[in-house]
Design a protein around this ligand. Sequence first.
Ligand code: SF4
Length: 288
Amino acid sequence: MERKPEWLHVKLATGDSNKKVRQILDRYQLNTVCDEALCPNRGKCFDSLTATFMILGKQCTRNCRFCNVSKGLTEPVDSEEPGHIAFAVKELGLEYVVITSVTRDDLCDYGSFQFKEVIKNIRALNAKTKIEVLIPDFCGDLEALDRVVKENPDVISHNVETVPSLYNEVRPMADYSQSLTVLKNVKSLNNHIFTKSGLMVGLGETKEEMLTVLEDLRYADCDFLTIGQYLAPSRNHISVKEYVHPDTFNWYKEKAYQLGFKYVASAPLVRSSFMAHEAMKSKEIQNG
Ligand code: SF4
């Protein structure tokens, strides 16, 4: 694969805030998807005192070929974790927090109880903090999804990640239509919760396939969208097929707004939780 183009070069940040975030994560033994997924923006986010907490351990039960999260023997659910996250949110003074998780197909509730407890604990200690949960598909289990919806997070996010023709190669244990149904079900369970989905490009998808996915997401009444460049965490992961030009990201952004998305972040270094608070600050949302 050719050298990374200049628009993908990031400056690593190591300021005091960065250290503060790390100290708090260590003290409460918390995981972040930022570190696990080797997110290129983590320096910038930690420097602005924000991070995406990853719950339910470090081991995932699935094997997405783009993902750097470890796969293997899963850890017991940590009953201290919800409280620890609530304290970390308080110490960091977060106005907006994103909670994600590994996928836990091994749990009878698919991890939905832990999401519920995390939201409740954050709310109890940080009443003003806006909460986004980036959930797995809970194997399509409606009861599990409803358990999270009932805690009324501000945003429920579930990533479709790529176009359906690439699922076998990129996301073999997931199902495209099941992921769309998760987003649709959130709206049927509570129409006031904003929904969001994220896509990576540069895996061999065509523009036509991307447009079809954007239409499918709008059909599922999805409100927010993120599109970013796939970067291979290592040589063992699926390879990058293309470094997509920033002009193409702008084109997707334009098309997405034409289709009716309320907020779109589309650029090479965009990740589903990067600057996630911006969506709630957008005019469209403020004006209701
Ligand atoms: S389900 Fe999520 S955490 Fe697990 S491998 Fe796939 S992307 Fe990574």
